[in-house]
Design a binder for this molecule. Structure first.
Ligand code: SF4
Length: 451
């Protein structure tokens, strides 16, 4: 067993990482699906979209070949609507609530139709929005992820000048660095960020990290308000023996490397265990397999009924040949010469429900041992607790506390997205950014700032 890069040919990498949800092959194919929509009154699909995109309206616009109008409808509600059409778990959101499900018929492929319009708009660089006259106000946004970009776009449309401070060398946040490459390509992410900023009035300063190159106090002094969209940090530690052995990796780092370094440069084991069963775990497991791992086993401490990922995602992992072991929790990582070679797991059973409402896993006293040469930890991410504490922000285990206006305990400092909720979908972060922008507008246009 060994962890090796460059396991496949260029053609195999290309095939393995090609678009998992390909677009419509033709305009006619899109129109056929768009014309199936019933344009429901009080449409349930809108209610299931966290950004409340007017779905029947944009689909109707497609049926009349008004693709530009359709793209405007989508982006007006969700400026990251292009990326969301590729990464949203639509089976539990808009498509999951489409009335066709009640008729036992396939739901309208809303994501694919959304992609049809938004991809064209981004490719053609359509200038769909215009800025209002300048308000003379300026806002600093920390983090160029979905929350930060969405907040910046709303503010800029209202005539506010926005400067985004981003710690990485590219924008897009989780979209650019934390999602499987077969769902959304690096090129698309770059194009999407450029599309958002093409409105004008938004400057992104890269390689700028809060607490390192910039301070909150400095931003408060230089801007009328600050929005924190800093996301969440590293993968949650397992806190078990052997976790420091070579071959034990963070899923976030693994996915980041795939996106930053390119497929052949990322080493992967022969026998890989992935801990956890959220979207990140699935993205790590499927990509390990697609990089050439011979065996990938996902270890999850509960059952399918409690898993955080959707059934569609789970089936994707199964189709890629990943094995799932339910009711198993890592106990110790064993190694030889400093390198991992086995993962011992406690066999669990379900006990009483915990605070999440899901039944808690309880050890049975039995164990199972897996021969592995790589362990990928994907049991959630932890918020930046130290950073928020140092900045005197009130928080709950690192999650920044905000009031009903999205404002933190520090007047004029707002926050939203994963750094507040601990990690949700991209589309939730987009909505959080919109909400934050609305509150910031109220704040900077009120007497609190004008004196
Ligand atoms: Fe169309 Fe389905 Fe939405 Fe009804 S629920 S408007 S059929 S997409």
């Amino acid at each position: 067993m060994a962890i090796l890069p460059n396991r496949l040919t260029a053609e195999q990498y290309e095939q393995n990482f090609s678009d998992v949800h390909p677009p419509f092959e033709s305009r006619e194919a899109a129109l056929v699906e768009a014309n199936r929509c019933l344009f429901c009154y009080d449409a349930p699909c809108i209610k299931s979209c966290p950004t409340s995109i007017n779905i029947p309206k944009f689909i109707k616009q497609i049926t009349t070949d008004n693709v530009k109008g359709s793209a405007h409808t989508i982006f007006d509600a969700n400026i990251m609507g292009g990326g969301c059409s590729k990464v949203c778990p639509v089976e539990k959101l808009c498509e999951g609530s489409c009335v066709f499900n009640l008729l036992d018929e396939p739901p309208i492929p809303i994501a694919k139709l959304q992609r049809y319009s938004t991809e064209k708009a981004i490719e053609q660089k359509w200038p769909l929005f215009q800025r209002k006259p300048s308000t003379g106000k300026k806002v600093a946004v920390v983090g160029a992820g979905p929350a930060g970009l969405s907040c910046a776009h709303v503010l800029s449309r209202e005539g506010v000048d926005v400067t985004i401070y981003e710690k990485e060398s590219k924008g897009g946040g989780l979209m650019t660095y934390g999602i499987a490459a077969y769902k959304v390509t690096p090129q698309f992410c770059e194009d999407e960020v450029n599309f958002v900023t093409s409105l004008g009035g938004i400057t992104i300063k890269y390689d700028q990290e809060l607490g390192r190159t910039i301070s909150l106090a400095e931003l408060q002094t230089n801007y009328d308000a600050v929005y924190l969209g800093i996301g969440v940090g590293v993968a949650r530690q397992l806190d078990i023996l052997g976790e420091q052995l070579e071959g034990v990796e963070d899923a976030i780092r693994f996915i980041y490397d795939i996106r930053e370094k390119g497929f052949p440069s990322v080493p992967v084991g022969d026998k890989v265990a992935v801990i956890g069963l959220g979207m990140t775990a699935i993205d790590a497991a499927t990509q390990a397999k697609r990089l050439g791992a011979k065996e990938v086993t996902i270890v999850y401490r509960r059952t399918q009924a409690e898993m955080p990922s959707t059934e569609v995602e789970l089936n994707l992992a199964k189709l890629d040949g990943c094995r799932i072991i339910w009711l198993a929790s890592p106990k110790v990582v064993l190694g030889e010469n400093g390198r991992v070679n086995q993962l011992v797991c406690n066999v669990m059973e379900l006990g009483v429900p915990d605070t999440s409402g899901r039944r808690s896993p309880v050890e049975t006293g039995q164990t199972i041992t897996l021969d592995v040469d790589m362990v990928i930890k994907a049991a959630g991410q932890t918020p930046y607790e130290e950073l928020v504490s140092k900045n005197q922000l009130t928080h709950w285990y690192g999650k920044i506390a905000i009031n009903e206006n999205g404002e933190t305990n520090i007047p004029g400092v707002f926050a939203g997205g994963d750094c507040v909720n601990g990690g949700k979908e991209v589309v939730d972060a987009v909505q959080a950014g919109k909400d934050g922008a609305k509150s910031i507008l109220n704040f900077i246009m009120s007497e609190r700032v004008n004196g």
